[in-house]
Design a protein around this ligand. Structure first.
Ligand code: DP6
Length: 350
């Protein structure tokens, strides 16, 4: 007999960035972060988890290619899920003993892997939920986020739709470093996100390596982690609660720039943004200046960049023509840009 469960998890894009670990083994962050889940987009990982006594060993395929499964991160997730299943079986003797069976995991991304499009986030979130479903675990998304976090930090935020905070926590065992729903997508239904792909190539410096180098060498970093981000987390929660796009946009752009500034302040410096990325920043500045000239008293677009050159631009539905239209017109003049599947993807599961 083969037991099987399938699920999908969406990409999330942080507006207050996670960058830096206080514990590398448990994957605990130096600061809290906050993201918007792109649930309506086709940027998802689809994962099927199965287990059977007829399988010989644990296996994982990504986009049909067999993957190394000996990595400590993946093993930590599998161990945690198996031990929850074992406890579940112990308290429900009628359940079949799945916790000891070999697992077969098959994942598929419909977007470029490791191109700064948060593929590890959707990937580990889908993997953890697929196995949790297979094991019929009674765990809440916040409980599962503790496990997904050990796979990849940003993955803990992809277990929810809408606006999600990852609270850094203070416990040395990581038990309070989990994700929490800040607001449902439906709270701010006119939020939109456009993803602009500057390069679908694999990034030069992985987030894991990059953030450890920053923690070690950047003198700007402690100021960001201890002072700047805590204030911004509070301000961003308030901006979302009040559906205040001006504050949301200002904080989003400032925090992206602060994150790339500590990357530049790393020795040797890390450059994730390219000339093409900087051109996108100027396009957004131009869109906002044009809106101001038309008497609109708030920014209408906000950019953010992760550990790669691609831009995500947040805007409101009412400004769609102004933002998407301007981007389309201007993209032609910025060499190297293509929109992801022509996508103007919605940032919310409305
Ligand atoms: C820039 O979650 O990929 O996207 O925990 O080492 O797997 P690991 O790092 P990862 O880092 C994401 C960094 C970021 C910002 C963010 O998503 O908050």
């Amino acid at each position: 007999k083969i037991y099987r469960a399938s699920t999908t998890a969406p990409v999330n894009i942080a507006v207050i960035k996670y960058w830096g670990k206080r514990d590398v083994t448990l994957n605990l962050p130096t600061n809290s972060s906050l993201s918007v889940t792109l649930s309506q987009s086709d940027l998802r990982t689809h994962t099927t988890a199965s287990c059977s006594s007829t399988f010989t060993s644990d296996t994982l395929h990504l986009n049909s290619a067999p993957q190394d499964i000996t990595g400590a991160r993946l093993q930590a997730c599998l161990r945690a899920l198996r031990s929850l299943r074992a406890a579940h079986e112990a308290s429900n003797p009628s359940l079949p003993p799945l916790s000891t069976l070999p697992l077969r995991l098959a994942s598929r991304n419909n977007f470029p892997t490791a191109a700064g499009l948060a593929s590890s986030a959707a990937g580990f979130a889908a993997l953890v939920r697929a196995i949790a479903d297979l094991y019929e675990l009674p765990s809440s998304p916040t409980e599962l986020s503790l496990i997904a976090r050990q796979g990849s930090g940003s993955a803990c935020r992809s277990l929810f739709g809408g606006y999600v905070a990852w609270n850094a926590g203070t416990a040395t065992d990581g038990s309070d470093s989990s994700a929490e729903l800040v607001a449902e997508a439906a709270h701010w239904p006119d939020m939109r996100a456009a993803i602009l792909v500057a390069s679908a190539k694999k990034k030069a410096v992985s987030s894991t390596a990059g953030m450890q180098a920053t923690v070690k060498t950047s003198s700007l970093f402690p100021h960001r982690a201890e002072t700047v981000v805590p204030a911004r987390m509070a301000a961003m929660r308030a901006a979302i609660a009040g559906r205040d796009f001006a504050a949301f946009a200002d904080l989003t752009m400032k925090d992206s720039n602060s994150f790339h500034a500590v990357c530049l302040d790393t020795t040797p410096p890390i450059f994730y943004m390219s000339d093409v990325s900087r051109a996108a920043v100027r396009v957004v500045e131009g869109i906002n200046a044009a809106a101001a000239a038309d008497g609109i008293t708030r920014p209408v677009a906000a950019y953010t960049f992760d550990a790669g050159p691609n831009a995500v631009v947040y805007y409101l539905a009412e400004d769609e023509a102004r933002v998407a239209g301007a981007f389309k017109a201007l993209l032609g003049s910025v060499e190297g840009w293509e929109t992801a599947r022509g996508a103007v993807v919605q940032a919310a599961d409305v």
